[in-house]
Design a protein around this ligand. Structure first.
Ligand code: ZN
Length: 446
């Protein structure tokens, strides 16, 4: 135990210290039920279409095993997710709740520091230091500004969300911020992510597809983070930069999908695959995307997916008055300099660079002067209203209409397409083989 003498003294003097082993605590903090605030994203309804005659070529067997232990030498079955990062220019306070008390630990030691039988632990960050509120009401400094909190039983709640496993609070002097990292069992993480990334009412087989994609994606990033930097603090973020993760839920369907695919991942040539996924591919063929030139073959699908064609995301359009369109683009703080002297009137708009897949790379706007934008720059002005870089532009009656294909990045699994294939009788193995061609379904070595 590497805690400072001060804090050790405080723990011993002010709290009832129980002799609970770290192992016992970690075990007892495994699966629990929690709040059910969000039932997943809203999606459009899809209708069944006649089955395509290509099912047999996507048969897949679980044939090999994947050694995650060697790949991620330290704690390969525990994933570390960054759930919050706050700058510490000002004081920051955190309240952590647990109905059955806590165990606090110094991450630099395997020994338990102290057990709290209260229901709230309060922390404060001041002058780049981490403080714990003790029983006498005073805040005391935690040595190394690094504290791991486990629930004695059940789960922990912070910032209004509940989490399985432990929460690690630490100051990162390089980013001048305080990080909250949730460490939990990989399978619990997979089950939790499903709640945010897929629709609960979809069939189990579609949930299984997503569970394997989610697990594979997690292991890929775990491996990347740990191999790149053995001292890395976390493996993934909790947002759609990686996968959306919001902690504990009570959707049994997602727990079933995780359980029934336990340990299954996609590999390619013996390496873990980058199992990207999006909501609706819009019929875009990844092999034709310029940005995919150097991508692994499994992200260069040549077979078109039109199975998502009955969703509202497959084709969608947005119309703006010309002057509103210009106003929106000009008000984008990142484009302010480019639009100096452009004026308020849009003379013309043209796509000047589009790849074979239909993804827009450059757009030219004519006002008092010409301004050239990347497709991403243009889309970033519309605050997520336009969901796709595969779009065309129509100028008519002093209005601009953007007609978009799909939703997101078009790589890997198309979730609505997968759901449609499951409705037609495809099992999860065939669906995965279709969207990640050439991959092998492997089981993690235990
Ligand atoms: Zn699709």
């Amino acid at each position: 135990m590497k805690f400072s003498k001060t804090i050790s003294f405080v723990f011993i003097a002010l709290f009832f210290v129980q002799s609970i082993s770290a192992k016992q605590v970690k075990k007892s903090s495994r699966p629990t039920s929690g709040p059910n605030k969000k039932a997943g994203r809203k999606h459009a309804l899809s209708k069944k279409k006649p089955a395509p005659n290509i099912i047999d070529q996507f048969e897949q067997k679980i044939s090999t095993s994947y050694d995650v232990i060697t790949e991620c030498a330290k704690h390969p079955k525990i994933i570390r997710v960054l759930i919050d990062e706050k700058k510490i220019e000002n004081n920051v306070n955190f309240s952590i709740k647990s109905t059955n008390g806590f165990v606090l630990e110094s991450p630099s030691s395997s020994k338990i520091a102290a057990a709290f039988d209260s229901k709230i632990v309060e922390l404060m960050v001041k002058d780049s230091k981490l403080y714990l509120k003790c029983k006498d009401g005073k805040f005391r400094h935690i040595k190394k500004d690094d504290l791991e909190i486990y629930p004695a039983k059940g789960h922990l709640t912070v910032n209004g969300k509940s989490y399985q496993g432990s929460l690690n609070f630490r100051i990162n002097p390089f980013s001048a911020s305080v990080l909250i990292i949730n460490k939990l069992d990989l399978e619990d993480y997979v089950s939790s992510v499903l709640r945010s990334e897929i629709v609960p009412s979809w069939p189990l087989e579609a949930h299984k597809v997503q569970a394997i994609a989610t697990r594979t994606y997690a292991i890929y990033h775990m491996k990347q983070a740990r191999q790149k930097n053995p001292n890395s603090l976390y493996d993934l973020k909790n947002s759609n930069i990686n996968q959306v993760y919001e902690g504990v839920h009570n959707f049994q369907c997602f727990k079933n999908a995780a359980e029934q695919t336990k340990g299954l991942v996609l590999t390619y040539n013996g390496n873990i695959a980058l199992a990207m996924f999006d909501i609706c591919c819009g019929g875009i063929i990844p092999a034709n995307m310029r940005q995919n030139k150097k991508s692994p073959p499994y992200l260069k699908r040549t077979q078109p997916c039109t199975f998502c064609s009955n969703t509202v995301f497959y084709r969608n359009s947005l119309t703006y008055r010309s002057q509103d369109f210009v106003e929106l683009v000009k008000s984008n703080p990142n484009l302010k300099r480019k639009f100096e002297g452009f004026g308020n009137k849009l003379g013309d708009i043209q796509i000047t660079d589009k790849d074979a897949a239909g993804v827009v790379h450059k757009v030219k706007l004519a006002g008092r002067k010409y301004v050239s934008l990347t497709g991403s720059e243009l889309l970033s002005s519309f605050k997520n209203k336009i969901k796709s870089l595969a779009f065309s532009v129509k100028k008519h009656d002093n209005k601009i209409t953007l007609i978009c294909k799909g939703y997101s990045h078009f790589n890997g699994l198309c979730q609505w397409g997968a759901k449609s294939l499951v409705d037609r009788g495809w099992d999860y193995k065939k669906v995965l083989n279709f969207y990640y061609p050439g991959t092998t379904l492997s089981r993690l070595k235990s």
